[in-house]
Unconditional design. Structure first.
Length: 353
């Protein structure tokens, strides 16, 4: 679990976005010197020889486009006010700040200008990032890990692709009870004589009493090949699991199986006020479909749940916005599904207490 913080990689961009609010986008004097002009959403549309004034104009248009297409509701209106677009152009920062504070139910700007504004500006930065990735055909992606190469066969992919995966995370119904995680998948062999599947499963807690139980449903035999060493400074442990198929898979053949992890936990291990936690996948092999769902108990519901996708690992899990927030149903469940996941990007569900 972590508290909110601006990702290190985003800090210089967020700082420059914050500075723009003091004057508004159209009169910000330092825009031509800003690192914001180096974002793909600008460089993807400007020639290498483009003068800085042209790149600044491209950024102004791109920021407005990101606000209008990537943000919704209060997030969109807040951005229009803060950066001075449309009817808010030329309005003093004092009046714009007051309107934003009022929009969010704050008694004054001091109630919004710190963490709430940081969260908003991270959302704006991610909207710009997504627009740049989209316009470049995801050419600016973080390089995919080398695990898809032959140097690490079968540990995280190897001779198969992931046709589908569905994770269901059931929180314990009371403190000290068992949490249950069902991890169902369909893999398809891309070579002949694929005999096994392997993956490392991580869980919180270093106590021997907190070790989980793993059960396999489907054809094959489940074994634990290696357990990570116990260290007091590491808040999680891991097991390298292996499913040995009863019959080797030939190219194009599929295997469907589910691994269930059950573990007794305390709420204090999973719940901490103002902290966030979640479930993430970062594909290193082709993945056609992935779904994750979480069910929270009636007396332990998070403040917010959101989904994220197509993010470099260093920017995940993003921040909750009106565009990506999920509502819990009457049973406390929220879920989301992705298709045709991009190798090297992060996808997941996150919740904050």
């Amino acid at each position: 679990m972590k508290r909110f913080g601006v990702p290190n990689e985003a800090r210089p961009f967020v700082a420059d976005l914050r500075a723009i609010g003091r004057t508004g986008i159209h009169t910000y004097p330092a825009l031509t010197d800003s690192c914001l002009l180096e974002l793909p959403v600008v460089t993807g549309f400007a020639s290498p020889q483009a003068p800085v004034a042209e790149r600044a104009r491209i950024f102004i248009d791109a920021l407005e486009r990101a606000i209008e297409t990537r943000l919704r509701g209060k997030d969109q209106l807040t951005a229009r006010m803060f950066f001075g677009y449309g009817e808010h152009a030329g309005v003093s920062s004092r009046d714009r700040y007051y309107a934003i504070a009022k929009l969010h139910g704050k008694p004054g700007w001091n109630g919004f200008r710190q963490e709430p504004l940081d969260r908003h500006l991270v959302a704006v930065f991610l909207a710009l990032h997504a627009l740049g990735e989209e316009s470049s055909g995801f050419a600016t992606a973080v390089p995919a890990p080398a695990a898809a190469s032959r140097s690490r066969p079968l540990v995280a992919g190897g001779d198969y692709v992931l046709v589908s995966r569905e994770v269901t995370y059931n929180f314990p119904q009371q403190d000290g009870a068992v949490r249950e995680i069902l991890d169902a998948r369909v893999v398809e062999a891309t070579a002949d004589n694929v005999t096994r599947w392997r993956q490392t499963k991580y869980y919180r807690g270093t106590s021997k009493l907190a070790q989980p139980e793993f059960t396999l449903f489907g054809p094959g035999d489940l074994s634990i090949l290696r357990e990570s060493p116990e260290r007091r400074d590491v808040p999680a442990r891991g097991h390298l699991l292996q499913v040995q198929f009863h019959r080797p898979l030939q190219r194009g053949e599929q295997a469907e199986f589910t691994i269930v992890m059950r573990q007794a936990v305390h709420y204090s291990d999973l719940v901490k006020a103002d902290h966030h936690d979640g479930w993430r996948i970062e594909p290193i092999i082709p993945t056609a479909a992935f779904r994750v769902g979480v069910r929270f108990p009636p007396d332990c519901r998070p403040r917010v749940v959101w989904h994220y996708e197509d993010l470099p690992s260093v920017l995940a899990p993003g921040v909750p916005t009106e565009a990506n927030t999920l509502n819990l149903d009457e049973t406390g469940y929220a879920g989301y599904e992705w298709s045709d996941l991009l190798v090297g990007y992060a996808y997941g569900l996150e919740w904050e207490w």
